[in-house]
Design a protein around this ligand. Sequence first.
Ligand code: 3PG
Length: 394
Amino acid sequence: KKTVADIELKGKKVLMRADFNVPLDENGKITDETRIVAALPTISYILDHGAALILMSHLGRPNNKPDPQYSLAPVAAKLSELLKKKVIFNDDPVVTGSITVAAASTLKPGDVLLLQNTRFRPEETKNDLGFARELADLGDIFVNDAFGTAHRAHASTVGIAEILPGVSGFLIQKELDFMGKALEAPARPFVAILGGSKVSDKIGVINNLLEKVDTLIIGGGMAYTFLKAQGYGVGKSLLEEDKIDLAKELMAKAKSKGVQLLLPVDVVAAETFAADSPHKIVDVTTIPPESMGLDIGPVTSATFIKAILAAKTVIWNGPMGVFEMPAFAKGTEAVAKAMSESDAVTIIGGGDSAAAVKILGYEDGMSHISTGGGASLEFLEGKKLPGIEILQDK
Ligand code: 3PG
């Protein structure tokens, strides 16, 4: 894709779509600024090259109307702190109202204006061209750096790029470089680790990765449906009854493709879903009927670690257990630690696993931590992301 480095910026007003959909606590304080920090290289580049910048983002899922709870005001403040410069923010409930049009028209090179939450307008998620036109009229050039929102065809991601030809920012470029390369031309062995609670969320990813990887590791809540498919009793563990046949098919597919499939051989079984629940390590052949597996066990961890350390490319999506509870975080931590110590290209495919890596303190050891949640999953499924497809090619 063409990037912001391929175009003339001097004297222009650049409309940049970022994904500033950051988590806020009950006082409206940002609890993880990663997505804002990740947009800084593109923001600084644009400002350093003589352009004025108009930033757009959504935040959360307001019900298609203005809602102070979802105001981008905290993002404006954080951005101003990080950039060490004023960020103009008008709290305009219409997003493109007269106050915003006036502010945009007087911007000078180096100035930054952040629009209010694009989802305060019902037209945003409908990819309405009228709203896209209102946004486009504020500036001259469109830059999309919102990787996390690239799977949404909305007015501020796709509609606007039909009006103003768009280029990608450096974050989108980085995400494509790491994840795209891993899927297209990985250094081998290529190992994928999938976890999280539901098989149903990961069917597309498993199917696509089975075409590409040498080893597929499955842990987390979704593993129990596979263990059941292997004929084991899983007690009260998470189980998707209606996906047992599918799990069998996926295991057969792995076999036919020559993909090594690693499933848990032991688990940490607890009596209740609680941080202080009594728990013990059991073999998968003897999960007590009254208990539930909440983490992979130590023998499983050791097997997974061995595969990770032998790999040249590792992609991970979804925790191995209930890592938010220390008693059930060991498996997730073992995977994070092994990845951080490996010389392989290590990619965290966003969402919960990105959160786990940060909470457990292994961020620095990874080659790339994706800023996408749903977008990374769809990318790993091999789907085309509309927000990226519409951007200009080189
Ligand atoms: C995300 O956090 O995955 C993106 O910002 C997209 O948000 P959405 O799922 O509300 O569209």
